[in-house]
Design a protein around this ligand. Structure first.
Ligand code: C2O
Ligand code: CU
Length: 431
């Protein structure tokens, strides 16, 4: 290999900081006012970062190190979790497991490299059912070293709020009735896009992030002709046409497509369709891309061994209709609620494990593993999509295959955050 080829092929690792990818070096969590209801209606007292919720979009290039001071100016302990980043365990943001709780007025310095290009997000990981619902989250975008050419790269968070007509958030975040059912569902939902308009003919990338604490959004698009290119930050080997899909709490979907009319984000209800927002048309792109949408560079995740080193089953139990309605143990995995001193399982570094995620409850759950991505296995046993959060419908099951290559203590929990709070969480250890 000559020197030039060598330099190019190691570019991802040696990438120098690029101008224009500036991210704030401090995230100050603090009370903020937000315009959640339509313009002209009341504002909402929430929590945010650096004056706004969602917090500022952090952007780095793949392979770079992100260094952020978390400054907690709220009245409660908190921490930041970098959802979906395969990072150093000490930076994972889990109070009591990977770091101390960051008390009001205190700060914590995070610094980690970003091995995967894709759409990620950060959020509070303390009392998250309340702190995330109040707005302590924001997007974290890791750009490809050579990003696909698009006219606009737009981040769109989807969320819902339980809100009064005055704009005040309703209380009762820890309501046991909510926890024992699907979680705290909002009565108002909308999209939070990073820009509001596009041109006809523009090629755009949409990075959808479901930041809701409980709601699975069934989404339909109008005005965009294109492909799904990534799920949970991980590129698909072959992009797929955009059809109706569901996005569970914490999941991400990346789309690349061409604008054919105003882009409508439709939320499909049982007997109705609700518009969660739109990107308006301003002008026309006279030199539209007319190349097919291509796959993003393949992710750098190890392939699982065909015969796993360990096979486990993780049975989701409890909840209303499952005979449990209150307390910390509404939900359980394999009969056990909440953290125990011993991990659910231990893995030697590099081991492949299969999990059968069995949903023996009357509600859907989105199961999230920290520090790793995993492959969903298709019904025929073949290796499917890479994800960090797997939606398992009530009564259904899903097999996943994980290569545990990241040492440390990692949470495994439901990302319906009220379910997590009331028992549906455990942890694994990679030695
Ligand atoms: Cu996005 Cu443990 O969570
Ligand atoms: Cu759940």
């Amino acid at each position: 290999m000559d020197r030039r080829t060598f330099l190019l092929s190691t570019g991802a690792v040696l990438a120098l900081p690029h101008a224009g990818l500036a991210s704030p070096s401090v995230l100050r969590a603090e009370p903020v006012k937000a315009q959640i209801l339509p313009e002209g209606d009341g504002t909402t007292d929430m929590l945010g970062f650096n004056g706004s919720t969602p917090g500022p979009e952090l952007r780095v290039r793949q392979g770079e190190t992100l260094t952020v001071r978390f400054d907690n100016q709220t009245s409660e302990g908190s921490s930041l979790h970098w959802h979906g980043i395969r990072l150093d365990n000490a930076m994972d943001g889990v109070p009591g497991m990977t770091q101390p709780l960051v008390q009001p007025g205190e700060s914590f310095d995070y610094s980690f490299t970003t091995p995967d290009a894709g759409t990620f997000w950060y959020h509070s990981h303390n009392r998250s059912w309340e702190q995330v619902a109040k707005g302590l989250y924001g997007p974290l975008i890791v750009e490809e070293v050579n990003p696909p050419r698009v006219d606009h790269d737009i981040t769109v968070m989807l969320d819902d709020w339980r809100i009064e007509e005055t704009g005040a958030l309703m209380g009762g975040f820890g309501n046991m009735h909510d926890f024992a059912h699907a979680g705290r569902m909002g009565n108002y939902a909308k999209i939070l896009p990073s820009q509001n308009s596009v041109r006809i003919g523009d090629r755009i990338r949409l990075r959808l992030i479901n930041t809701a604490t409980a709601r699975v959004f069934p989404v339909r698009f109008e005005g965009l002709s294109g492909q799904v290119v990534a799920l949970d930050g991980m590129p698909l080997a072959t992009p797929r046409p955009i059809e109706d899909f569901e996005i569970a709490p914490a999941q991400r979907v990346d789309l690349i497509g061409d604008v054919t009319s105003a882009i409508k984000f439709l939320f499909i209800l049982r007997d109705d369709i609700y518009e969660m927002g739109s990107l308006k048309i301003e002008g026309e792109n006279l030199t539209p891309a007319n190349t097919p949408v291509e796959a993003l560079p393949a992710p750098n995740v190890l392939q699982p061994k065909e015969t796993p080193d360990q096979s486990l089953s993780l049975k989701m139990e409890g909840g209303a209709m499952g005979g449990r309605h209150a307390g910390d143990d509404i939900w359980a995995f394999n009969g056990v609620s909440g953290f125990k001193d011993a991990p659910f399982a231990r893995f030697k570094r590099g081991e492949t494990a299969h999990f059968e995620l069995i949903n023996d409850t009357s509600f859907a759950h989105g199961i999230h593993l920290h520090g790793h991505h995993f492959y969903e296995l298709n019904r025929d046993g073949s290796v499917g999509d890479l994800r960090d959060t797997s939606l398992v419908q009530r009564g259904a099951s899903q097999k996943i295959s994980v290569v545990f290559d990241n040492p440390g203590k990692w949470l495994l929990h439901c990302h319906m955050l009220g379910h997590q709070a009331s028992g549906m969480k455990t942890w694994v250890e990679v030695l």
